[in-house]
Ligand binder design. Structure first.
Ligand code: UT7
Length: 337
């Protein structure tokens, strides 16, 4: 394939959500909270919780198998695997390598993780796109898979009500058809704000000890108010910048698929962009914030429900711990149409 003008498009998407549902009423039995507070402040009604043997590599493998099935492809057709996760099965090897083996992908392809927290899927999609555009690989699986229930402090009502588990995957493919698929993107980070959402212990800087366990330092900690303000700003700016980069106006975008963190954040971003909230599909009510899995879960749902159609402009936008942010504008392409 000539690399002069390769386009990269999302050929299919797939998902996996654990069966167990945890409702707001269930949570009110664990911490001092209630359904009304959670719904009003976040838009979340319930979230999924993975079982003890259901890890990100397992959920990711199921989502990837679903995406392959939707594309009519086999594991052998995949040349590259990138997994975005902030809750890897183990510190090493990568969740991608574990998933590669579970899914039976070819035993010689590159498989690696991307660590950009809730922006992970958008980061991984861009890395995959650029690798495909190089002409060295034809098809990649980009997966977001998270088991946040194992890094949540179930005694902290300000965070434990927000997150859930799940996985989503996309098959991306290079084509010589011009002007389709990913049209533009931007990624950004600001490590000065690293402590706004972070985990203190469990890495090489502060390995696990009985004391770190007792101090709950292996759990996610977050300054919700600050994150909220920054999220609205960086998501709105990222959309505006990627639209300007591509010479597209927000009116031309059929669907905005934002990271699903909080319904009020989506309302504020839609308002900043002067776009109706009806163009921001959301599944927050049923899944909560699933970090790197949230965009592919929302994308798959909008596609499966027939919202996203061939030729539609779709804008993916995310922010997360790091801080990190990113946006991708794409023209949805279904080659057999
Ligand atoms: O992927 C990135 C992940 N992070 C985010 O997206 C987080 C962004 N931030 C947010 O979504 C919001 O800041 C929250 C949903 C976390 C909190 O909403 P808020 O409107 O900023 O509430 P708040 O923190 O100002 O808390 C208001 C009150 C406080 O009580 P007082 O001080 O007013 O008496 C809290 O103690 O609500 C209390 N509160 C709760 N009450 C019942 C905090 N958590 C809860 C709870 N249930 N779960």
């Amino acid at each position: 394939m000539s690399t002069a003008a390769l386009s990269v498009f999302i050929r299919s998407v797939g998902v996996h959500a654990p069966e167990r549902k945890l409702t707001n009423d269930d949570l009110s039995k664990i911490v001092d909270t209630n359904d009304e507070w959670i719904k009003t402040r976040s838009g979340i009604s319930e979230r999924r919780i993975a079982g003890p043997n259901e890890n990100p590599s397992d959920m990711g493998a199921k989502a990837a198998a679903h995406a392959l099935q939707n594309a009519g492809l086999n594991p052998a057709d995949i040349d590259l695997l990138i997994v975005a996760t902030m809750t890897p099965d183990v510190p090493f090897p990568s969740t991608a390598c574990l998933l590669q083996a579970k899914l039976g992908l070819r035993r010689d392809i590159p498989a690696f993780d991307v660590s950009a927290a809730c922006s992970g899927f958008v980061f991984a999609l861009q890395v995959g796109t650029d690798m495909l555009r190089s002409g060295r690989y034809r098809r990649a699986l980009v997966v977001g898979a998270e088991k946040l229930s194992n890094v949540i402090d179930w005694q902290d009502r300000t965070t434990c009500v927000l997150f859930g588990d799940g996985a989503g995957a996309a098959v991306i493919e290079a084509t010589e058809t011009p002007g389709v698929g990913i049209l533009g993107n931007l990624l950004g980070s600001d490590g000065v704000n690293a402590e706004l959402i972070h985990c203190v212990a469990g890495g090489s800087a502060k390995p696990a000890t009985a004391q770190t366990m007792a101090d709950r330092e292996h759990c996610l900690r977050m300054n919700g108010k600050e994150v909220f303000k920054l999220a609205v700003r960086v998501m709105s700016e990222s959309c505006q910048r990627v639209l300007a980069q591509c010479g597209v106006s927000s009116d031309e975008v059929a669907w905005f698929i934002p990271h699903q963190a909080n319904y009020r954040i989506l309302e504020a971003v839609a308002s900043q962009l002067n776009v109706g909230l009806d163009r921001f599909p959301s599944n927050l009510d049923r899944y909560g914030n699933t970090s790197a899995a949230s965009i592919p879960l929302a994308l798959e749902e909008a596609w499966r429900n027939g919202k996203i159609k061939h030729g539609d402009l779709v804008l993916l936008v995310a922010f997360g711990s790091g801080l990190t942010w990113g946006a991708t504008l794409l023209r949805w392409h279904e080659p057999r149409r």
